[in-house]
Write a protein that binds this ligand. Structure first.
Ligand SMILES: Cc1cc2nc3c(=O)[nH]c(=O)nc-3n(C[C@H](O)[C@H](O)[C@H](O)COP(=O)(O)O)c2cc1C
Ligand SMILES: [Fe+2]
Ligand SMILES: [Fe+2]
Length: 392
């Protein structure tokens, strides 16, 4: 692909991956993604900020084909979708030095076998001159690995942030403008990947708030030319704000658990509490993660299978536990035939969730009047708790 101009001195030399539908063999990418790399030309030196996924290395090498020499290759994150092509770039430019954080140095050696003599560690706050342009490095750890780095180009007021503020969103547009769809993709990305690191992200937000920039250039998705929008979104995601919403992931092989889920949703609606229902046999896990971004309560529904939860429910519980949403309350509902260990099994699977378990409603076979009454009582409890949180 051809390089594209952002400013006179800064070019986009990345790759758009329109066809990719799965990331980390885990995360659905309904909108594809992009790997943004940026070429910055100073009066004396030239730097490349990040590389691209190895599957699209030809796009990067083509975009920088006419660049005769490269002084610096800034590695803001060692994950392969940005750093995987660093060895190829270093082979092409034997004079280039990789600039990276202290933690990234050994990780580049481990993950990509980059030779130590090609690396230079930059300190937090350090500046490197390109002549009439300057790179200033800001340590922004845990977005989403320990080594992550952001780079400010003060003369152009551009902040490069790699995965931080990124969105998996393939588009031919360079800039996000105020496109809601980009913020949605960024929310999906945050929920799936960044959410476990909320406190670190809060610190990073504070750190970059003191910087002077007008553009945020992440390494996935469009460039934020109205950065206030994505900054406000991140501030909201890391805040304590909760929504008056119950997230209900479930599997029901023969409809009994689903009848319980539907009854609960109606009972909650009658009490002014919103629900989102996710049948895990058809759900995109990313949408479930997005719903967990600010939900106050989680209700897990499952048929009993070989004494425990349905395997798809166990998977979703494992993922919810790993991404650590802000949830305050949880409950378990479901149907069984003769004996079940679902409550203790599921409760043991979500130790990271700092939730009050509001109870368990299990019924034998199809729900009866007393099971529906137990669901009504659960809905009462959820309403009470949401009211106590000031959500209604
Ligand atoms: C493969 C399979 C395994 C099951 N294992 C158990 C079990 O170990 N204990 C139990 O009480 N019921 C078990 N059941 C019965 C279901 O939990 C029961 O039929 C329940 O009502 C199904 O709820 P559903 O209609 O929401 O799928 C099993 C059913 C299937 C199909
Ligand atoms: Fe990453
Ligand atoms: Fe990435």
């Amino acid at each position: 692909m051809q390089a594209r101009t952002i400013t006179e001195r800064v070019q986009w030399v990345g790759a758009v991956d329109w066809n990719r539908r799965l990331f980390d063999d885990l995360i659905p990418l309904p909108e594809g993604t992009s790997y943004n790399a940026y070429l910055v030309r100073g009066s004396e030196k030239t730097a490349l900020i990040d590389a691209v996924d190895p599957s699209l290395q030809h796009a990067l090498l083509e975009a920088i084909e006419s660049v005769p020499t490269l002084d610096y290759l800034v590695c803001q994150h060692v994950e392969q979708d940005h750093a995987g092509t660093i060895p190829q770039v270093l082979a092409r430019y034997p004079e280039a030095t990789v600039l990276c954080s202290a933690k990234a140095g050994p990780m580049l050696a481990d993950h990509l076998h980059v030779a130590p003599n090609r690396l230079r560690i930059v300190a937090d706050g350090e500046t490197v001159s390109l002549g009439d342009r300057t790179l200033r490095f800001i340590y922004t750890p845990w977005v989403h690995w320990p080594e992550t780095l952001s780079t400010l180009l003060p003369e152009e007021r551009i902040l490069f942030t790699c995965d931080f503020f990124g969105s998996h969103f393939a588009t031919s547009r360079l800039f996000a403008g105020n496109d809601r769809a980009v913020l949605d993709s960024a929310a999906r990305y945050y929920a799936e990947i960044m959410m476990p690191f909320g406190p670190a992200i809060r610190n990073n937000l504070k750190k970059i708030e003191g910087l002077d920039f007008g553009i945020i250039a992440p390494s996935h998705g469009p460039i934020h030319d109205q950065p206030g929008l994505i900054l406000d979104a991140y501030r909201d995601w890391v805040s304590d704000r909760l929504a008056n919403r119950v997230v209900i992931p479930y599997v029901s092989m023969h409809g009994s658990t689903e009848a319980m889920v539907d009854h609960l949703i109606r009972a909650l609606a009658d009490r002014g509490v919103a629900s989102e229902k996710f049948n895990l046999t058809v759900t995109d896990l990313g949408r479930l993660a997005m719903s967990l971004l600010d939900a106050a309560t989680l209700v897990i529904g499952t048929s009993t299978v070989h004494l425990g939860a349905h395997p798809s429910v166990a998977h979703a519980a494992y993922v919810a536990n790993a991404i650590r949403p802000k949830l305050k309350h949880a409950a378990i509902i479901g149907s069984y035939g003769w004996a079940t260990k679902v409550p203790e099994q599921l409760a043991a699977m979500i130790p990271n969730l700092k939730v009050d378990l509001l109870g368990t409603v299990l019924c034998k076979g199809l729900p009866r009047t007393e099971d529906r009454a137990a669901l009504d009582a659960l809905a009462d409890k959820i309403r009470e708790r949401h009211a106590a949180l000031g959500l209604l």
